[in-house]
Design a protein around this ligand. Structure first.
Ligand SMILES: Cc1ncc(COP(=O)(O)O)c(C=O)c1O
Length: 429
């Protein structure tokens, strides 16, 4: 969690609200701890989708992470952030043809193919460019129990290639042997998993699949991407993973397979677990109003910056972890209050009947665990409010890693060819 309340108040006073604050020192400690538990048995690839900020990606590269991108936009940012091709993989079920062409030009470590159709296009594009291309295949396992909050495998799915079609996939590799280089396999069954057994069994399934591919098809994986989905507890009923034990178990499991698999590169993908607890979203209380006996705190930030903290699309309507930092030292009662953002929709609900010290204008609301799936996961254009500033604290310095937006940003990239002219004509009639 970024520093203490005094630091957060000082940053809010200096840079204004709403804003995201990330703690780079904590991120470094967290990354180093994970790597030490893994005993360097696997590489951690940052899933860019969890936080689309260039500087966060660049910082993680400086710690040693690789990166998993899911669009050409992310790929170009990854290159700018300092990732060499060997540290980039590209997944996603709907890569556009131009994106595949660009990924081939960049000669990244591998493109992860998610369907036979996509694999065929990758091969054709590489052939046309006169290049060879390294490809991994994402496998949707036959049947596997997963306790992921959002399931992305083991069920009918747009993600990955059904395990039963592996033979057909390898026939394609054979047909395009001058163009397609088989790099290995990838499995990812879903996000926000808080059950160690479920994670370990999915990793074991992936490792066994790599063994099976070697034995049945005579193909050696140079890369085995175990996926991830490591969760963090947001709500009271959720228990954190026993991270140290879990990563040590993962390391042992990998070590048990590595010689049989001829020492491939093992990859673990990570977004939420890496970043969520290293960032907060800060928003100031602007107004306090009472409606029919119920107090409402109205903040200057909301769903357009941080959709995940609201109840939107969530089955469980629990309040996100948050605390109120009072602007004065006057003692106040703890009361139940409803906190909303500035948008004209009931969905912009930050917290319902949250027990917090009685709020006043000028107080700072700190939304915790907001380092992942915050800004990049939010409907920023909805209602036209400006985007928030993003601040990184690292080794004693402050870095504004994204400038605050401006109302005039809304005019950018919009074309209005003739309607304004029409209005003028009507007015002169
Ligand atoms: C293929 C893939 N890898 C990695 C991730 C990141 O997951 P998490 O943030 O749970 O680590 C996702 C998330 O949807 C994903 O689809």
């Amino acid at each position: 969690m970024p520093k203490n309340d005094m630091t957060l108040v000082e940053k809010a006073n200096r840079y204004g609200t709403p804003m995201y604050v990330y703690d780079g020192d904590e991120l470094k400690d967290h990354y180093d701890r994970i790597m030490s538990w893994l005993h360097q048995s696997a590489e951690v690839f940052f899933s860019f989708k969890a936080n689309g900020n260039l500087s966060i990606a660049s910082l993680l590269r400086s710690f040693g992470a690789g990166i998993e991108v899911a669009s050409v936009g992310e790929l170009l940012m990854a290159v700018k952030a300092g990732y060499s091709p060997q540290h980039i993989i590209f997944s996603g079920p709907g890569k556009r043809k131009e994106e595949i062409d660009t990924a081939i030009q960049h000669q990244i470590y591998c493109i992860i193919a998610e369907s036979k159709e996509e694999l065929t296009y990758i091969a054709e594009s590489a052939k046309q460019q006169g290049k060879q291309v390294s490809v991994g295949i994402r496998i949707n396992p036959e049947s596997i129990e997963s306790r992921a909050k959002i399931k992305m495998g083991g069920v009918p799915s747009p993600f990955g290639i059904d395990e039963s079609k592996l033979g057909e996939v390898f026939d394609l590799f054979q047909a395009y042997e001058d163009t397609l280089l088989f790099k290995g396999i990838h499995m990812y069954l879903g996000t926000q998993v808080l059950d160690e057994t479920s994670l370990l069994s999915s990793f074991e399934y992936t490792l066994n699949t790599a063994v099976r591919i070697k034995n049945e098809y005579g193909l050696t994986c140079q890369m085995v991407d175990l996926g991830g989905g490591f969760g963090i507890p947001y709500f009271q009923h959720e228990t954190p993973l026993h991270a140290e034990r879990l990563f040590q178990d993962v390391a042992e499991m990998i070590q048990a397979y590595e010689s049989e698999l001829d020492f491939p590169r093992f990859i673990i993908e990570m977004g939420r677990f890496l970043l969520a607890e290293c960032g907060v979203y800060l928003t100031a209380i602007q107004y306090v109003k009472n409606s029919k006996g119920e107090p409402f705190l109205i903040a200057d930030g909301g769903m357009h910056h941080h959709q995940a903290m609201t109840f939107r699309g969530r089955l469980l309507r629990n309040n996100y972890p948050m605390r109120l930092i009072k602007h004065s030292n006057q003692p106040v009662d703890v009361v139940k209050q409803t906190i909303v953002g500035p948008l004209c929709t009931p969905e912009d609900l930050i917290g319902r009947q949250v027990e917090l010290p009685q709020g006043e204008p000028g107080d700072l609301l700190c939304i915790e665990k907001s380092g992942a799936y915050g800004l990049c996961y939010s409907p920023t254009l909805f209602l036209g409010h400006s985007s928030p500033l993003e601040l990184l604290l690292f080794e004693g310095d402050d870095y504004i890693i994204r400038d605050r937006g401006h109302p005039e940003d809304l005019l950018l990239k919009q074309n209005m060819p003739f309607f304004k002219q029409r209005r003028v004509e009507c007015e002169t009639d």
